[in-house]
Design a protein around this ligand. Structure first.
Ligand code: TXA
Ligand code: MG
Length: 318
C-alpha cells in the first residue's frame, strides 16, 4: 500500500498529522525517529508495517520533559532518578517498569518500557505538541542502517508513512545508549553517545550484558535481529596499514589514513565524526555499488564502544 508522504518543515503540521493518528518521522540528535502516538492503536500498527518491524521488538517512548516519565513508568529507582537528573534530555533511554497508559503493542508484551527525552529542539517541540507520548523506533526499514538525514528517511519510507518532519542531519548519528533500570541493578543494554564511563561516574555499579546471557535471554529484544547492515560486505580492521585492497569497488571509513586502492573513503578526525558519519557512509556505499567496506575498529573506550558495537553488528559478528 502506498500513500502520499507529506514532507514538511512545519512542526505544527507534523504534530497535527501525528495527533490525527498518522505515522510521522522526525529528527532527533541520535537518529531520525518514526513516531506514532501511543494513544492511537491503529497508528502503532501502521508504524510496525511501514518499518517492516517484527511485533516482538518493543519501541522506545519519547517525551519532551522529564516530568512526563511518570506518565509512562510506574516506578523510578534511585539509580534511574540519578541518570535522569544527569542525562535527560539527551541520547539516553531508560528501561523502566511500565504503567497502564502504555499499550503492550508498544512494549511487545513486556512489563517494561524504554523512555527517552531527546535534546534536539525540533524533536522537543514536536513532542510538546503531540497529544500523548510518542513511540518511535529509528526511521529506517528494519535491518537497514538507521537514518541520520531526512533524505535517508525518504529513501526507506517514502509512500509508507504520513509525514516526514525535515530537520538537519543527526548531530550524533548513533542510536541512544540504553540502560535497563527495571530490575535490581542497572545494566547497559546498548552502547551510545552517553558512554559507560559517563554512566559509571554517576552510577558506579552499572554492569554490561554478557554475550552468553544475551543469547539465552535477550533483555533487549531488538539486539537479536540483524542491524545496520548495508548490502556491501563489512570487513573490520584494527590495523589499517595492513589492509590489502584487491577489489575494484572497495571503500574505507575510519580515523587512520585510507588504504591504497579504495574507490570511496571517509577519514574522520575524531570518534564523534566517525559515529556521526557511519550510517550515512554505509548508505552512500550502497548507492555507489561498493562491494566491500573496510572499517577501522576503534578500541572499547568512550564512544569507541558504541561504534564498535554497530560495526560488529553490521559485520554479522554480534
Ligand atoms: O536513539 C534512539 O534510541 C532512536 C531514536 C529515534 O530515539 N530510537 C531507536 O529505536 O533506536 P529502535 O527501535 O531502533 O531501537 C530501540 C531498541 C531495540 O533494540 C528494542 O528492542 C529496545 O530498544 N527496547 C525498547 N524497549 C525495550 C524494553 N522495554 N526493554 C528492553 N529493550 C527495549
Ligand atoms: Mg533501529
Amino acid at each position: 500500500m502506498t500513500m502520499q508522504t507529506t514532507l514538511t518543515d512545519s512542526v505544527e503540521e507534523a504534530a497535527a498529522l501525528l495527533n490525527a493518528g498518522g505515522v510521522v518521522a522526525f529528527p532527533t540528535e541520535t537518529v531520525y525517529g518514526l513516531g506514532a502516538a501511543i494513544c492511537h492503536p491503529a497508528a502503532l500498527l501502521q508504524l510496525f508495517r511501514a518499518k517492516g518491524r517484527p511485533a516482538d521488538n518493543p519501541l522506545i517512548v519519547h517525551i519532551y520533559r522529564i516530568e512526563q516519565v511518570a506518565e509512562v513508568a510506574s516506578a523510578v529507582s534511585v539509580q534511574a532518578a540519578t541518570l535522569i537528573e544527569h542525562f535527560f534530555p539527551g541520547p539516553l533511554t531508560l528501561v523502566l517498569k511500565k504503567n497502564r497508559s502504555v499499550p503492550y503493542s508498544v512494549t511487545a508484551g513486556l512489563e517494561t518500557v524504554g523512555v527517552r527525552c531527546p535534546a534536539n529542539p525540533i524533536a522537543r517541540e514536536f513532542l510538546r505538541l503531540a497529544c500523548c507520548p510518542v513511540a518511535a523506533p529509528s526511521a529506517n526499514r528494519s535491518g537497514l542502517p538507521s537514518a541520520t538525514s531526512w533524505e535517508a528517511v525518504m529513501e526507506d519510507l517514502d509512500g509508507k508513512i504520513d509525514c516526514l518532519l525535515r530537520g538537519t542531519p543527526s548531530a550524533i548519528g548513533l542510536e541512544s545508549t540504553i540502560v535497563d533500570c527495571s530490575g535490581g541493578r542497572a545494566v547497559l543494554l546498548r552502547a551510545g553517545a552517553i558512554t559507560l564511563e559517563q554512566l559509571r561516574a554517576v552510577v558506579p555499579e552499572i554492569t554490561t550484558i554478557a554475550v552468553t546471557e544475551r543469547e539465552e535471554r535477550p533483555k533487549c529484544p531488538g539486539l537479536k535481529y540483524p542491524h545496520y547492515a548495508p548490502r556491501a560486505a563489512i570487513l573490520l580492521s584494527a590495523a589499517v596499514e595492513k589492509i590489502d585492497i584487491k577489489e575494484s569497488s572497495a571503500a574505507y571509513i575510519g580515523i587512520s589514513e585510507q588504504p591504497k586502492g579504495v574507490a570511496l573513503f571517509k577519514v574522520c578526525s575524531s570518534l564523534e565524526e566517525y559515529g556521526r558519519e557511519l550510517f550515512g557512509f554505509f548508505r552512500l556505499c550502497d548507492a555507489r555499488n561498493i562491494s566491500v567496506i573496510y572499517c577501522e575498529l576503534p578500541s572499547d573506550e568512550g564512544l569507541g564502544r558504541a561504534i564498535r558495537d554497530r560495526l560488529m553488528r553490521a559485520a554479522g559478528l554480534a
